[in-house]
Structures are given as C-alpha cells and as structure tokens.
Design a protein around this ligand. Sequence first.
Ligand SMILES: [Mg+2]
Length: 484
Amino acid sequence: MKKHNKLEKWQRIFVNRSLNMGNTRAIGFDMDHTLAMYNRENFEALAFRATLGKFIDAGYPAELETLQFKPEFLIRGLLVDMDRGNILKVDGHKYVKIAFHGHTRLDKETRHKLYNSESFKAYEFLSMDSFFALSEVQLFAEIVDYMNHNPGKIQKSFREVYADLRQFIDKSHADGSIKNEVLRNPERFFIRDKHLATALIRTMDAGKHLFLLTNSNFTYTDAVMNYILGDASSDFPDWRQYFRYVIVGAGKPGFFTGTQPFYEVVTQSNLLTATNGPLDAGKIYQGGNAQLLQKLTGFRGDEILYVGDHIYGDIIRSKGSVNWRTLLVVEELERELLKIEELRPALVHIHEKIAEREVCDEDLQILRSKIASNARQAKIATDRGDNRRARHLLAENEKLLEKAHEKQGILVEIDEQIKQAIAERDANIHPVWGGLMKVGLERSRFANQVESYACLYTSRVSNLRFYSPFKRFTSYHDILPHEV
Ligand SMILES: [Mg+2]
C-alpha cells in the first residue's frame, strides 16, 4: 500500500468532518456514477439523442433534429433559471458570477440586474447535481437558442419547454430507449475500474458489511453490476457476493425520509412481495426506507458510511435525515486536480500579483494621507500669513499628486493583470465555467455544499484501497482564518 503522502492528489480521500472508520460497521454504495463509472460522453450523447427524438415525436419542429450534442459545454453544480432560459454559476456567497442565456454569455450589467441586485434565492432554480442533468440542460440550452433564432416556431415559454423536456427524459428512461441501448453495449457506456474489487474486498476482509442502495431497477442493476464486478475477482464470481444487502429502486432521496416498506424482488419473475424483515443476505429488495433498514440490520445511523455521487439525493438527505456518515464521489476531481497541479505556477503568479497590488495600494494610501496632511498644513500656514510655507507645501503636493496618479495607473494595470490571469487559469480548467469547486479564487456554491454535507470526498470509490479500513480520517477544517 502506498503511504498517504506518496499518493497522487486524485488518489486521496479528503476530509471535511473527522471520521473514525473503526466505528463504521456498514458501508452502503450507490451504483450509477459511484460504483459504476460511466463513459459520460457516450451516455450523454445517447440521452441527448433519445430525448430529442421524443420532442420531434411530440410535434416540435423536425429541424430540431440538427441540434448537436456538445459534451464540453456544461459542468455539474450550475443552476438553471428555467423561466429565462439561463444557466448560472454561483459562488459560495450566493453571488452569480457567470450567466449564460442559451450559449450566449450575459454581460456583467445584465447579470447583476437579473441576479445580484436583490438577495438570491437558489431554490427558485434547478440545481444540476447529477451527471444525468448535463445532457438534459444542454438540450435545453440548444432549444433556447433555437427559439431565439426562430421566433414563433415553438409557441411555448422556456419553462413549458423544460417541463416537456423532463417528461421526455422520463419517457426515454421508461420505454427503454436509453437503458436497452446501454445494456446492449455496456463496454461503450461504462468504464471498468480494475481496482474496484480490491477496494471492496479490503473493507469486507476488515469485517465491514457492504450494501448496495440504488434507485435503478433490478434488471438494469444486475446487468451493470455484472459488467463491472462479475468477473473482477475469482474469490467472488457473482457480484452479489460482495453485498450483504442489495436494495434497488430505493427512491432516494425519499428513502431517507419516507416510510415505504421493503419488497422482496423474486428475481426469476421480477415480482414483488412486501416483507417485514428480517432482510436476508443474498436476496434482492426494492423500496424501503432508511429507518427501517437500520432497524432490520441493527446498524446505528452513525455506524453506516454511505458512498454516493449525488450531493442532494445521496449525501445531504442521508446525513441530514438519518445521520449516516457520507463519502461523496466527485469524479471531476480526477481531471481537475491534475489540471490544478499543472496550473500551479499560474496560481503562484496570481498570488504574487495580489501581493504586488497590496504593496502598491499601501503606497498609494500613504501618498494620499501625505497630500491631505500637506493641504491641511498649507491652510493653517495661509491663515497664519506664512505664504512661503503654504506655497512650498502646495508645490510638494503637486509632485505627490503626480506620483499618486502614476500609482493609481499601476494599480489599475495590476488589477487588469490579475483579472486576466484568473480568467486564463479558469479557462484552462474548463473553457466556459472554470473549476467545479471554484469561481476564480472563491469557492463555488457546489464546493460549499460539499464542505457542509460530505464528511469525506474523493474522485473514485477504488481510492478506498489506499486507506486502512480502520483509518481515522482527521479534519483540519475546524481551523479558523485567524489560526492559519
Ligand atoms: Mg448515482
């Protein structure tokens, strides 16, 4: 095992809230984008096409067919203003920093007027928490542009179009247009992580009970899990052997707050029978709720670590409603941390410029005080009739004013350089939106949520293999600004 300080950053597990894994008796896993890593570009393109087809079937203009899937346009953590057809990136202080209408960036003035002039209500907008939202919102942006370029061709408001979009996506999932295609060619849509089995087995060997808790139905779950784990280890030839409990169709986030019973899935027939427990290892259950799961398994909330990728559905609800400990999988980190490392010199340069700005600002402030003081002294001298001294002071002030003017110019120039350098660095991380966790040098709203709700976060589940299953994860987060 590699020592933690030898790990690459993207292999590490980061700690917001201390967690002693010695107290963790059960580890639950979400499936989609957690255990099962998607080839996102292929999957999102498929979802985009399938949903677009439903628009045309429903009588939208046939020329929508020409709309293109653009895998690079969006990132998670953005908000959608469905009424205006806008997409927003918000910082940790609820300040909208970047806004697009369709694919057109809003200028600063418009952005301020729409979003920053009164207190920002995030709940009025749709939060792009899941990867599934990316192709959905991109399609929305394409249609917004289409409607602007072809007025009158779609006689609906942006919000009505979004409501249709939601309905068409659900239809595409329900009628199999997406899932059947995925299951026909799993190798096109999933990335097998060859270390996943090792990571799971290490925690099992340490006596932890693993369970699967997914919203996907059994047929899909079975096929996907079989593809990613079926033959991953000769010790466990069947994927179900990794998990003491398997819960499909869980209906998260409702699972964490609701009272739905568990149903046993009779796998040969896919029939459901309600059960009052106990939950048997090796059987498949559907539905259920977190309280009942704890009761039937005997695990206390804080003895359960839940691993998921959905900040709201997996993490905020499980931590808030039943006090489970949480590990958030943020797969973007893998690429971003490499980029951030590569861009370290750019960040050093930005900090140097900020320091230079501070010195310059301080110099300017000293000059201003000197000028003000000279003006006061000149007036006193004039009142006293000492015109020579007054003239001398005013002459000095002229020179000082010239200097101050010069400094002011330098300050504006440094400000511009800082702005440029930050924008360039952001564009290097993502050409449109910058990093997932940052807006320039500030935290993003997404980063704030990660910090508030996820005890731990990492880029992929298999990173668990680098850590002892009894590891005490210690947070350094409780350090206040004055303690640094
Ligand atoms: Mg998921």
